[in-house]
Structure formats: C-alpha cells, structure tokens
Design a protein around this ligand. Structure first.
Ligand SMILES: Cc1cc2nc3c(=O)[nH]c(=O)nc-3n(C[C@H](O)[C@H](O)[C@H](O)COP(=O)(O)O)c2cc1C
Length: 216
C-alpha cells in the first residue's frame, strides 16, 4: 500500500494556499511542530552540504520588530511560528570538514575513507566554479527547504505563507546574522488560517499543463 494516497496528496496541495490572515490564537501543537522541524532537517541539498540555518521566531517582540521590514505583512506577527531561511555565506573548508566529520560519526566510517568526496566538494563549491556564486547556489538550496516545509505542513493540515516581501539587509541587522556568517533569503509564516481570510476560498490560478509541461 502507498504511504499516502494520490487523492490525499492532491487534496492537500489544493487545500494549501498562501495564507494572508492567520488566526493568532491558534498555535501549532508541539508534536506537529517537531515533525515540521524534522522535515526542515531532512531537506536534501547538493552534496548534502546543508548551507543553511533556519531561524524559528516565536518571540512576539522580535516579530513586531520585523514586521515593518516585511512590507508590514500581518502574517509575521499573527502566525504561530515564523521561520527565516538563511544561508551560510561563502561556504568555506571548515563547513565542508563539519560535514565530513558528521558523516564519519553517523555512518561510522573513517573520515579518510571519504577524503575524495571532501576534495570534490572543495574543488567545486569552495575553490572551483561554483565558488564564484556560492551564495546564489546556497540560496537555491534553501528554497528546496522552503518547498519541502510547505508541502509537509500542508500534509499535516498546517497553513503557511512563503514570504519574499521583506528587506533582507534589515532582517540581517535585527537578527544579528552578519557576524554569524548568515544572510536571510526567504521567510515562511506557519499556523492556521483565520476563518475570515478572504483568500482561502479563491480558486488556484495555474497555467494549463500543456503550457508548462513538455513531454519528450
Ligand atoms: C518564494 C515566494 C515568495 C512569496 N512571497 C509572498 C509574500 O511576501 N507575501 C504574500 O502574501 N505571498 C507571497 N507569496 C505567495 C504567492 O503569491 C503565492 O504562492 C502564489 O500566488 C500562488 O498561490 P497559492 O500559494 O495560494 O497557491 C510568495 C510565494 C513564494 C513561492
């Protein structure tokens, strides 16, 4: 038997929408949040390098501080959990080594046995062609985490709103990201829709399959 039915997948993807009005009184239960946090951690990335940090903000004061730098969008203050997806800027040999050490620990293999893999990453992302646009590359990875998060949230009946309508440099300032080598890329509000969010019943606008899918 399939773990999730075709009907359920499409039903939940049709159910989700970019929530404009959250119910501020409805918080995500800790059991569901733990699962969503695991979903973030389980996001795949190129080479498995995970060039990110997810900043989860529940502190109302901090969220109020961020709202003016988020085009004043109410989702920031009204949702249950607000996530800022940040990249680790300019991936360096230290980060690659941390992945090697972690791999060695988790898989119980000597680090020397994965030395060729380490050299491959260094010669591409750190010193090679990809290093020229390492932050752009990292941003692409972090968007995979955003998509993964929103899909998993929908499967659990949790609403989300992805947010690019914000000022990344201001976020970097307010959250003190620069000195940690991080930079804000995109955000996501998560929680539960307000009963009167007028966007909830609107039909989805998507191009027809023949316009966006090519079969060869
Ligand atoms: C990366 C990204 C950034 C977005 N930024 C915002 C935003 O700042 N505010 C907002 O209300 N919606 C935002 N949206 C929502 C989109 O407008 C919405 O996903 C799109 O119109 C499709 O509608 P649906 O998500 O309701 O199906 C964003 C969506 C994505 C994927």
């Amino acid at each position: 038997m399939k773990p999730v039915s075709n009907v359920t997948v499409l039903q939940q993807l049709g159910w989700r929408y970019a929530t404009k009005k959250f119910d501020p009184t409805h918080k995500i239960a800790s059991e569901d949040w733990k699962t969503l946090e695991q979903a973030l951690l389980l996001t795949p990335s190129s080479y498995g390098l995970q060039p990110w940090k997810f900043i989860i903000i529940t502190d109302p004061a901090k969220r109020a501080e961020l709202r003016p730098f988020t085009w004043n969008q109410p989702q920031v203050t009204d949702c249950s959990h607000f996530i800022v997806f940040t990249i680790r800027k300019n991936i360096d040999p230290g980060h690659v080594q941390r992945l090697i050490d972690r791999t060695s620990e988790v898989r119980q293999v000597p680090a020397t046995s994965i030395e060729p893999y380490k050299q491959m990453m260094l010669s591409d992302v750190v010193h090679g062609p990809r290093s020229l646009h390492a932050n752009e590359w990292a941003a692409r990875q972090v968007y995979i985490a955003l998509g993964n998060f929103m899909t998993c949230a929908a499967m659990l009946g949790v609403d989300t709103c992805p947010i690019e309508g914000f000022e990344p440099p201001r976020y970097d300032q307010v959250l003190g990201l620069a000195h940690k080598g991080l930079a804000a890329v995109v955000c996501c509000a998560a929680g539960y829709r307000a009963d009167d969010d007028k966007y909830a019943p609107m039909s989805k606008v998507r191009f027809k399959a023949e316009d966006v899918v090519e079969r060869i």
